[in-house]
Unconditional design. Structure first.
Lengths: 276, 291
């Protein structure tokens, strides 16, 4: 059907304006957070977004006098290590379940799928006891071990590997590639959209994770950003500009990644959300 | 050795480590949680098997019922509000070309934030004058100040707001993907038949979006039932107050397990959470099967 070019209707202008106002409201908390992080304590009660004399002193204080830098590094380490591990293991399992025929395949798949129904909250108590018994409380391994592999990722990757034609893999076999190299060099590159979706979900999930890191860590040098920010803010109660600076530091990395990879992230979220 | 057998061995080699992992870190802890729920245990002493006593005590505990009530209040407010808002926004955004990418980004970005960080931002907003933005603005407009986090009735919606806010971007993006998947020809046929905008919405858009709506209802229900980060960080001392008015199940579990070390009691509550989530999953499977 050909559309007749009509002048922009007033209804459309209203819809657009409402959407715009909504968008501004959505961004308000983030904008005010960043704005406050550049203010001195006595300006924080003013609604002006840009301070008359912007300052970096909050950031400098935060990185020099508190353990924020350490927490930041911990968070990066935990999130990256978990993501790499999840990408490797979940695709290995997904690939095996999709591309190999062996007895027990279905059972393994259903068993792993069924773990999706178990909420983390139910597992934290046994995990805590497990970590205690293995001497992993308050350690990096303790932070990471619950998220080395995920049922969600296995499910997602299996679906994508199923669409990889067997001919590709067989051709590689005839060329004499080992099964493991077929997986890493032939199969993995064919499912990069799924891998990036999984990477986004895993990194974001670990970066923002709060409950388990709160439970498993007790010394400040092992805190991740959310746990550190929570304890720090509890102490700094009324110094909102410091708290906002901490919150900004926690928010900035994911925001920056989004600004650079916007398309991939939204596509990845749709992919992971709908197929997962 | 036959090729088939060789490949089966390869397969088991590939998944052996993951299988051990899933048994050790998923299945064993799940069973362990059930078994701990039947004991009285303070984590250091001896586990005493007490059957279903923890569940019976929970049944007679008014605080637990209040907590359960709060948890469902988060769900019953959060799910419809976030779904209706995100549908309206997605539906409008779908028709907008000018500045589409920018608007979508604004709605999506909150989804990428850290709940703990944003909880403190909102907590700041909710403070009484002269600190809190919202009351500052209300004051300038000459509207009565709100107590927000200090009031037993306003605190729960106030804690819920950042959770809705942060999840909206995800729901909008999923709704938009769902809208895009509806064949354009349906709309054209409806227009030829002279159907109005409302009828198109009711008879084409919403029915076509049914799987998306079911999916988002389930995902967001599970999310609101598990609310924790916001409550822990927005309420005084992370207590879920005032007077337990905002305390959800997960916070109650956390307090029992890791502050009072009543492991049996806490595990029993996780079993309750598990059963509730199980019902939701079964509901989802049932509804989708009917399609």
């Amino acid at each position: 059907m050909t559309k007749i070019k009509a002048p922009v209707s007033p209804f459309r202008i209203i819809v657009w304006s409402l959407l715009f106002i909504g968008a501004v409201i959505m961004m308000t908390p983030i904008i005010f957070m960043f704005s406050a992080s550049f203010k001195y304590n006595d300006e924080i009660y003013e609604l002006a977004l840009i301070s008359s004399e912007p300052t970096l002193s909050n950031y400098i204080y935060l990185f020099e006098n508190t353990e924020f830098l350490k927490w930041f590094k911990n968070s990066i380490f935990v999130a990256l290590a978990s993501t790499v591990s999840v990408l490797f293991f979940d695709s290995l399992v997904g690939y095996t379940l999709a591309k190999f025929r062996f007895r027990g395949r279905k059972l393994v798949f259903i068993a792993i799928l069924s773990t999706l129904m178990i909420p983390t909250e139910m597992l934290v108590i046994p995990w805590y006891i497990l970590a205690r018994d293995f001497g992993l409380l308050d350690s990096y391994i303790g932070l990471i071990f619950p998220g080395i592999m995920t049922g969600f990722g296995v499910f997602l990757m299996k679906q994508f590997f199923e669409s990889v034609p067997d001919d590709y893999l067989d051709a590689a076999r005839i060329d004499g590639l080992s099964e493991f190299r077929i997986f890493t060099q032939i199969a993995m590159p064919l499912v990069t959209p799924a891998l990036s979706a999984l990477a986004i979900f895993t990194f974001l999930g670990n970066w923002t994770a709060f409950l388990w890191p709160l439970i498993v860590t007790s010394s400040a040098e092992l805190f991740t950003i959310p746990v550190g920010l929570s304890s720090f803010s509890g102490e700094f109660q009324s110094e909102w500009e410091m708290i906002m600076t901490g919150a900004a530091v926690a928010t900035l990395p994911t925001l920056l990644v989004f600004l650079f990879l916007q398309r991939y992230i939204i596509r990845g979220v749709i992919l992971g959300g709908l197929k997962g | 050795m036959s090729i088939g057998k060789k490949r089966a061995i390869t397969a088991w080699c590939f998944i052996s480590v993951p299988i051990i992992y899933f048994i050790l870190v998923r299945f064993y802890p799940t069973l362990d949680a059930f078994s701990i729920s039947l004991t009285d245990w303070n984590i250091v002493g001896k586990k005493t098997y007490i059957g279903f006593d923890n569940f019976i005590r929970l049944w007679h505990d008014p605080v637990f019922w209040q907590v359960l009530g709060n948890t469902f209040e988060y769900l019953l407010l959060g799910v419809p509000i976030s779904l209706i808002l995100s549908f309206i926004i997605a539906h409008s955004l779908d028709q907008v070309r000018f500045g589409h990418g920018f608007l979508r980004a604004c709605y999506f970005i909150p989804f990428l934030t850290t709940a703990v960080a944003m909880a403190w931002v909102w907590r700041w907003f909710y403070q009484p004058v002269p600190v809190g933005m919202i009351n500052l603005v209300l004051g300038q407009l000459g509207i009565k100040q709100l107590d927000f986090l200090r009031s037993t009735t306003e605190a729960l919606p106030a804690v819920l707001a950042p959770a809705i806010w942060a999840g909206l971007g995800f729901q909008i993006v999923i709704f938009m993907a769902g809208l895009r998947a509806i064949p354009q020809s349906y709309y054209e046929a409806a227009k030829i038949d002279g159907a109005g905008a409302f009828r198109i919405l009711r008879e084409i858009t919403l029915p076509q979006l049914r799987p998306t709506i079911v999916f988002l209802t389930v995902i967001s229900s599970i999310g609101f039932l598990r609310i924790f980060d916001q409550v822990y960080n927005m309420t005084q001392e992370g207590e879920g107050g005032p007077l337990n008015a905002t305390r959800p199940l997960v916070l109650h579990i956390y307090k029992a397990a890791f502050e009072r070390f009543e492991m049996g009691m806490a595990a029993a509550q996780t079993v309750v959470l598990f059963v509730i989530l199980l019902f939701i999953t079964i509901f989802q499977l049932k509804v989708l099967k009917n399609d």
